[in-house]
Write a protein that binds this ligand. Sequence first.
Ligand code: F6R
Length: 605
Amino acid sequence: MCGIIGYIGTAQAAPVLLEGLRKLEYRGYDSAGVAVLEGGGIDTVKTSGRIEALAEKVRAAGGLSGSVGIGHTRWATHGVPNETNAHPHVSSDGRFAVVHNGIIENYVELREELISQGVSFRSETDTEVIVQLLDRCYDGDLKQALMRTVSRLRGSYAIGVLSASDPDVIYASRSAMPLILGIGAGENFFASDITALVSHTRNVIDMDDGEFAEIRRDGISVFDHSGKLIRKPERRITWDIAAAEKNGYDHFMLKEIMEQPAALKASIEPRLRDGRVVFEGLELDMSRFDRVLITACGSAYYAGCVGRTVIERLCRVQTEAELASELRYRDPVMDERTLVIVISQSGETADTIAALKECRSRGAFVLSIVNVVGSSIAKLSDFVIYTWAGPEIAVATTKGYTTQVAVLEMFALWAADRLGRVSPERYAEIAAGIARIPERAQRALDLNASVRRLAKRYHGNSSLFFMGRDLDYAVSLEGSLKLKEISYIHSEAYAAGELKHGTIALIEPGRLVIALCCCERLFEKMVSNIQQVKARGAKVLAVACEGERRIFSEADDVLLVPRADEILMPVTEIIPMQLFAYHVALENGCDIDKPKNLAKSVTVE
Ligand code: F6R
């Protein structure tokens, strides 16, 4: 969702801001803008649409000269995505400019109050109240004015502030929205995430809720909510800059699909020692829990659906998966005997954070599986297991999902062992299977050329179905989501046994049904379901395990993936489906890395 960036240094600010905004594009946006301090005033350039259009406008405006500035990519919440509603927003007297990510819940009340004091508003946004309020609170001390301003705000925010009266400083503050500070030499930064800064610095400070940063050319001071100076640890980013670049690939999504063997290796290898699963620092007595509840949104929830089955099967503990966006509303029964597993690639998903807080308030132990170090979910959890997938830029998650599944499988084995519910032989068998996940993922990628051919054949379908049973059903949910989010083709995932309870009415001649058949136990039942849809004229593309001969006489097209223990199949089985979604979207001319209406990090509820 929205991205913010700020720069103060000796270089020209506009190119730094525009480059940073390009790196934040992946978060999803529909308008953008920059503001630079120039000759004692603030110059602002904004546009609806893409950063390239903004860069063009900046060029047309003579380039915006000045070495202090702020920038923004906006994903519209309050007001349509046009130039007026784009950030930065400037106070009526032109002294202050603000960029904001988040939602100010009491903005109507604040707006009315300010209007009654004679302030006139230009935009429909919630953000404009921040800058107008700041203007009213300012009496020569910007830090005090900002503290007074945020004390009036309810909701979530990461804010960046530029002031024409204070040309040697920029401010940033956060509450429940991601914000990091970048430390350079003679220059400093703030941004929504590291990708925007990594080409300038690898030294960062993670901001916490309620804190303010005073950012000058020669240093950064951080204060707590009461204005007291605090010491914040610095963190060094170790990942390669190339990880946030396309590196010769046409799209981040394809690059990230291809990176999966490496991402899986990074997530698995350090945690497998002499055939044993080790989670450094995790001292959890599993016998204190009588149930496990997995919660997440979107693909992370679908990873959770795989995790639910694997954990329950190996640990023999009642395990459920529930959408984080729904969990709160049903007044869930849970206490300290519930282990809650929260899954999130970004660690910033608003609904997931809300569910996490709800679970903690009811006494549950929260273990999270997160990809972004220092993210909100990581900070709020009792224990974090990181997926070491590296930065994921494409909106459609791929390596994020597969590393989540792999970590869940490892956790299931670890927990089953702690509970004494897995024999040494079975343990060794599964651990050996886990060690070979990266290699199997690599072999699944070899299907790329075949999948591309199938995509050319089927990309014209306007609607299709995925079906599977048990773990195959969990994977089909993710396969279907991948396809619809980047190709905009209507698709539904069905538990194969459910089709005949209504949905089969929608099967008509030529309709494509993708049948996932990697659960060997259920193969015969899947064959029956394939026959049922074929009898009604459907075309069937089946995904099955290598060596499975029978499927060729049942399906129109077959993709075979490397065989493994049934509980370890999902990671490899999803890969041809990710490739299918990618190639179909490519055939249909879709904007693969930035699908319409979607954002990478969904920071609103
Ligand atoms: C789909 C996708 C989303 C995310 C969901 C949760 O490809 O990426 O469905 O999985 O928005 O995001 P995180 O994992 O960041 O909490």
